[in-house]
Design a protein around this ligand. Structure first.
Ligand code: ADP
Length: 609
């Protein structure tokens, strides 16, 4: 049942309670007090009346006995009795009766006609019979309460008459009425004052409760800076102190929580791996930026992990049953880009009391790793292949020699020559591989020295003079005059190797009678730019972008027949990169090829490659 609306506040309840208590107390006091007072007033009224009646009977006794003796002195006695009754001050009537009940005198003027008549009331007849204790209360015809007493008048052991008194109790009841009225007014005044005090006292109790309620609402809305005023050391004061402390703790706990959350979210958003967290039915509830980018999905929350990853539901269901699993997935990317490969690790989220409540999917981009792994596999396959070919040749020639070719010196000489050249090619290959491996493991150190570029380029041409002459290729060296005046800071051996590779390629892939031109200059950015230009067979466009890859050759058979290993350009690129420069090849099939090496020259000192 809903309480009556105004009674819903503690203040109202308190006031009503106090008023009811006061009312009950006043009622009890009132009933007790008024009834006690009434009976006491009536008692004293009765005693007083009784005393007066007693006195009257004695006085009337002597008057009546005198009349009896004289017999004739009736008139004197009546006059004495009349005087006697007039002496008694009673609001009411006093009658003196003779032994037969006849009225001898009355104090009331208007009842003088009763004199000589008989009073027939029951009390009178009882009195005349000798019963002295006769009294009753009556309500008169004019609605006034009256006390009636009849007492016998005894003289010489004989009842010679009676005294009959009718006394009005009006004054007594008027007094009672007044007392009642005073009591009711007093009660109302007391109630009014109590209500007023109640409002004030209840206010002092409810005010802090209201302040507490406001504070609770403020805390619920997240406003922790407000405080409940502490107005004393009573229970409410202690509650206020406890509440303020609780607010502080809560605010601290929340800010720690907030900090943790921020840390977590910044870790999540800055992670290089994608992270998806799901609820217990596999629906994504948290996803970081990287995950959105990897999956190319903006609105990810609400989708299931299997939908996001475009995979079967089984592994997710397994994870949600508490099993970890790892998957390797591929995502196609826009045209021209290679597919994204990522590893997904699914881990269940466990809660001590609830078991598995979700799963975490960590998405690792392993595209580069996969590419590296792929190129490593290709490299091993290439090395094995490159080594197998000369080894097979050597083996077959050695067997031929064993089978009798040794007996034929010219043939044996040719076979031994082949074996030697294949061995040399293998040595070159292994040397080149060693070189590359040093660059890969970053063990190779650059040893820079002040180098005269013009002299360096002349030396290269000198080293190839025999081959150039053999193929009737003309070689030209062109060095910018400005460059001739200064030396540059280079690893001479490394750059020699680069130039040797480039010039040897230029000679290898240029027909007899062609030309090779070496030029060096400082470009606009102040970098040393070396060009090796030939008029050879050139390189088709499609091969140009892969030409620096290890073992990549345009024409494998031709390269091999020329003694090439397919590693020259990759080694050149590693050396140039170690110098902080870059190398490019421009080519027009049938027209010729230009290799361009750009090197910064302003650094000093040696650095690791
Ligand atoms: P190789 O030892 O086979 O010459 P490189 O790495 O030096 O290996 O060269 C890779 C491939 O690039 C060669 O096999 C050849 O097909 C091509 N190439 C390099 N330089 C030239 C050039 N100047 N003219 C034409 N083709 C070239």
């Amino acid at each position: 049942m809903k309480p009556f609306l105004p009674l819903r506040t503690i203040q109202a309840k308190f006031i009503v309670m106090v008023l009811l208590l006061i009312l009950i107390a006043l009622q009890l006091i009132g009933v007790y007090f008024i009834s006690t007072m009434k009976s006491s007033l009536i008692n004293s009224f009765t005693t007083n009346l009784d005393g007066q009646a007693q006195m009257l009977t004695m006085l009337a006794g002597s008057a009546l006995s005198k009349q009896d003796k004289a017999g004739n002195a009736e008139d004197d006695a009546s006059a004495e009795l009349a005087q006697l009754v007039s002496l008694v001050s009673i609001s009411g009537e006093i009658q003196v009766l003779d032994a037969s009940g006849k009225v001898l005198t009355t104090s009331l003027e208007e009842h003088q006609s009763y004199v000589g008549r008989k009073n027939t009331s029951l009390l009178v007849s009882r009195a005349l019979q000798g019963i002295s204790d006769n009294s009753e209360e009556i309500i008169d015809s004019d609605s006034v309460r009256k006390k009636v007493i009849a007492k016998p008048v005894v003289s010489g052991g004989k009842i010679i008459g009676a005294v009959y008194i009718v006394a009005s109790m009006k004054d007594l009841y008027v007094t009672m009425e007044r007392v009642n009225r005073i009591f009711v007014t007093g009660s109302l005044l007391a109630l009014g004052l109590t209500a007023l005090l109640g409002i004030l006292i209840a206010g002092t109790i409810t005010q802090p409760i209201k302040a507490l309620t406001r504070q609770v609402a403020a805390v619920a809305e997240g406003r922790f800076e407000e405080r409940v005023p502490v107005l004393g050391n009573d229970e409410i004061g202690q509650l206020s102190i406890a509440f303020n402390e609780m607010t502080d703790r809560l605010s601290e706990a929340l800010s720690v929580n907030e900090e943790e959350k921020e840390k977590l979210s910044s870790i999540l958003s800055n992670m290089s791996d994608g992270v998806l967290a799901t609820d217990e039915i596999g629906r994504v509830i948290v996803a970081n930026r990287r995950a959105r980018a990897m999956l190319d999905l903006e609105e990810i929350e609400g989708l299931t992990v299997s939908e996001c990853l475009d995979i079967d539901k089984a592994p997710i269901a397994e994870t949600l049953r508490g099993k970890e699993s790892t998957l390797l997935l591929q995502r196609p990317r826009p045209q021209g880009e290679e597919p994204l490969v990522f590893r997904v690790t699914l881990t269940p989220i466990r809660r001590r009391d609830k078991g598995v409540v979700g799963a975490i999917a960590v998405l690792q981009d392993v595209t580069e790793m996969e590419k590296l792994e792929q190129s490593r596999r290709e490299f091993v396959a290439n090395v094995s292949h490159e080594l197998r070919t000369p080894l097979t040749t050597i083996k077959s020639y050695a067997e031929a020699l064993d089978d009798g070719a040794l007996e034929e010196p010219p043939l044996a000489e040719r076979f031994v020559g082949v074996i030697r050249s294949e061995t040399e090619r293998m040595i070159r290959l292994v040397t080149d591989l060693l070189h590359l491996s040093r660059f890969d493991s970053r063990q190779s150190q650059l040893r820079r020295q002040m180098t005269d570029v013009a002299e360096m380029m002349e030396d290269v041409v000198d080293r190839f003079s025999l081959q150039l002459r053999q193929k009737a290729i003309t070689a030209k060296v062109q060095v910018e005059p400005e460059l001739k005046l200064k030396k540059v800071w280079l690893d001479r051996d490394g750059i020699d190797q680069v130039l040797d590779n480039l010039v040897s390629n230029a000679i290898k892939y240029t027909m007899d009678g062609g030309s090779v031109q070496l030029s060096a200059r400082l470009d606009d950015a102040g970098k040393l730019t070396i060009n090796v230009k030939d008029t050879g067979i050139g390189i088709p466009k499609k091969d140009l972008e892969r030409i620096f890859e290890r073992f990549y050759r345009v024409d494998k058979a031709r390269s091999r027949s020329m003694g090439g290993t397919g590693l020259g350009l990759s080694i050149a690129r590693e050396i140039v990169r170690a110098h902080g420069g870059h190398i490019t090849l421009d080519s027009e099939p049938g027209q010729g090829t230009t290799a361009t090496v750009t090197l910064p020259i302003d650094q000093e000192g040696s650095e690791s490659a």
